[in-house]
Design a protein around this ligand. Sequence first.
Ligand code: GAR
Length: 208
Amino acid sequence: MRRVPDEPASVVVLVSGSGTNLQALIEACRDPAFGARIVAVGADRDDIEGLARAERAGIPTFTLKVGDFETREEWDAALAGAVAAWDPELVVLAGFMKLVGPVFLGLYGGRVVNTHPALSPSFPGMHGPEEALAYGVKVTGATLFVVDPGVDTGPIVAQTSVPVEDYDTVETLHERIKVAERAMLVETVGRMAREGFTVEGRRVRFNA
Ligand code: GAR
C-alpha cells in the first residue's frame, strides 16, 4: 500500500445498504490519530442510508448502477474511474453487494478490502449469516480480506468471532456479527492506514 508520509491515508468506501460499517469508519476518522480520511463514498444504488450517512458527514458521494450500463464490464470500468478520480490509497467495500471486476482490480488490486459476515473460508457469498445458522455452527463471525477475483476468497487481514445462540434468527445473528464486525473494521483499517500492510501469497502482515 502506497502511503503519503505524515498525511492521513485517503480512503474511498463503497456501500449498498444501511452503512453502519461506514458510520463506524466516519466516526473513527474524526480522530486525527486514527490515520485515515474518507475522501468519497460510492454506491451501486440510490436512496440508501449509507449514502445519507455520507452526505450528513459532508463526504462527497457518487452512484453507479449496473443497470445504467450496457455491460457489466462497462460498469466495472466506470466504477474504477469514479474511484480513481479520488486517488485513494485504500478502498473499503463495506456492505457493497457487487463483485468488482478486472478493470477495477487492475487499478486497485492489493489495496481493496471487503468485509464479509462469516468466518472465511466458510460461507462465502451473499448469505453468510443464514448459511452459518442453517449449518448449525456454534461460532461464526466476520472476515476482512483483500479482494481478489473470487467470491470472498482473498487473503485474510482480520477475523472476529461471535457465538451462535440457540434461539438466534438470521436477523439476531447478523446483528451480533455486525457489532463485532464494525469494531474489527475500524481497528484494522486504522492499522492499515497507520502502518501499511504487505500481502505475500495468502499471508497479510502489517508493516510496523
Ligand atoms: C455487513 O454485515 C457486511 O459484512 C455484509 O453486509 C452488511 C452491511 O451492513 N456484506 C456482505 O454480505 C457482502 N457479501 P452495513 O450496510 O450496515 O454496513
